[in-house]
Design a protein around this ligand. Structure first.
Ligand code: PLP
Length: 413
């Protein structure tokens, strides 16, 4: 379908308003809630590679990628074929599924800390399970959290209840439970040293999700945390839900060369089917023999078939190299255009998942990010705070996206 200049999202918005009355918060993924009427589409109809088409028929070059999980591309043939084949065989059984072991073999081969794995469906519940594993493995209670770990992060007062949204008294969380979670900052060891000095004997784990804008600078911080946690008998737990199978084959632990005890993966492992993976050292994961984590859908076969196919693509092709090459092309182009049009934003961080961050320029723009996103939709460009590259983005797609961005910036000049 060709891109048209006169775009309408009328069908999207009328449908959204109809269903909004029935759906609490409008949709279950709060970051997907449409905000920019009329430019933003509320519903996508289908995707292919790195492009999407909304229910009004408008086409977009996409950098949101389902908010991360689409690492190979929409409808990536090898994954779709594997899922279709598994669909003919069955989706969930009342016995374990061989795919559980086949995916485990691949994850343990690729991820440095992975000696044993467990599966769940979402990133948030994998983090919750990892907290339980850490507590059972150490016999301690406190979890120090850095960054967003899904909605369970709202257990900690002052934590990110959503990416970039902090709350001092998260609704629905008993104070006594919140006290067992401490929200601590990125790339600043001092508060961790203080916590360990005061309550080190009761700290089970430090859980870290990388900060996107400065992910290229996190190695020293992680090595410092490793030393500190080891000294005090606590676990180092990496939330690799975004970084896994994206910033390096073995995730952020691989990128930083840090030896962690426990990690969780989700986006990136199965190209968009719902699967999360908890991976860790055998001695830590064996806490699951005592601490119960169990779910009917843990061995659901469609997602595992998708994961096996996705990880095989990673093994056969240099997916990570491609994400970096396309990401750098995007980053250079985007930053060049922002500078040329004096738009106060900059793309920073690691090329496969660049963060669009505020940046001082000749002129100021109120809500520069939102203003850009709204205008970009009208030019067939779907951007996000974290712009994800997928394996289907080709140089010509990036160049076309940059040309759409330039059209967008001209209208905002
Ligand atoms: C770093 C990180 N951890 C955890 C989560 C939660 O994953 P899910 O939304 O699948 O529950 C997210 C989701 O955006 C995330 O970015």
């Amino acid at each position: 379908m060709e891109r048209t200049t006169a775009r309408s999202t009328e069908k999207s918005w009328s449908t959204y308003k109809r269903y909004r009355k029935l759906l609490a918060s409008g949709t279950g993924t709060l970051s997907k809630r449409p905000r920019f009427e009329p430019e933003e589409p509320c519903y996508m109809d289908h995707g292919q590679g790195c492009r999407l088409w909304d229910i009004d028929g408008n086409e977009y070059i996409d950098f949101r990628n389902g908010l991360g999980p689409i690492s190979l591309g929409y409808c990536y043939p090898a994954v779709n074929k594997a899922v279709a084949a598994q669909l003919q065989k069955g989706t969930v059984f009342s016995h374990p599924c061989v795919l559980e072991g086949e995916v485990a073999e691949r994850v343990c081969e690729m991820v440095p800390c992975a000696e044993k794995v467990r599966y769940l469906k979402t990133g948030g519940e994998a983090c919750a399970a990892a907290f339980k594993i850490a507590r059972a493995a150490t016999g301690r209670d406190i979890i120090a959290q850095c960054g967003y770990n899904g909605w369970v992060n709202s257990l900690a007062s002052g934590a990110n209840v959503l990416p970039r949204l902090r709350e001092d008294a998260p609704a629905g969380v008993p104070v006594e439970i919140s006290k067992m979670h401490r929200a601590l900052p990125w790339k600043d060891l001092a508060p961790y040293e203080k916590l360990f000095a005061e309550e080190g004997a009761n700290v089970a784990a430090v859980a870290v999700a990388m900060d996107y804008a400065t992910a290229d600078q996190g190695a020293n911080f992680l090595h410092g945390l490793r030393e500190l946690t080891r000294k005090h008998g606590a676990l180092l737990f990496l939330d690799e839900i975004v970084s896994g199978f994206r910033v390096a084959l073995g995730g952020y632990q691989d990128y930083c060369g840090v030896d962690c005890d426990l990690a969780v993966f989700a986006k990136g492992v199965s190209n968009g089917l719902p699967l999360s993976v908890i991976a860790g050292k055998a001695a830590v994961m064996d806490a699951l023999e005592r601490a119960v984590v169990s779910s009917t859908y843990s061995g659901e076969a469609l997602s595992l078939a998708a994961a096996r196919a996705t990880l095989d693509v990673y093994r056969e092709h240099d997916v990570i190299g491609h994400l970096y090459a396309m990401g750098r092309r995007f980053q250079e182009g985007v930053n060049g255009l922002f500078a040329q049009y004096e738009y106060p934003l900059e793309a920073r961080g690691l090329a496969p998942c660049l963060a669009l961050t505020d940046c001082a320029r000749g002129r100021t723009v109120d809500n520069a990010v939102d203003t850009l996103f709204r205008a970009a939709y009208a030019h067939g460009l779907s951007l996000y705070l974290v712009c994800y590259i997928n394996f289907s983005h080709q140089p010509e797609d990036i160049d076309e996206a940059l040309s759409r961005l330039e059209d967008t910036l001209k209208t905002l000049a």
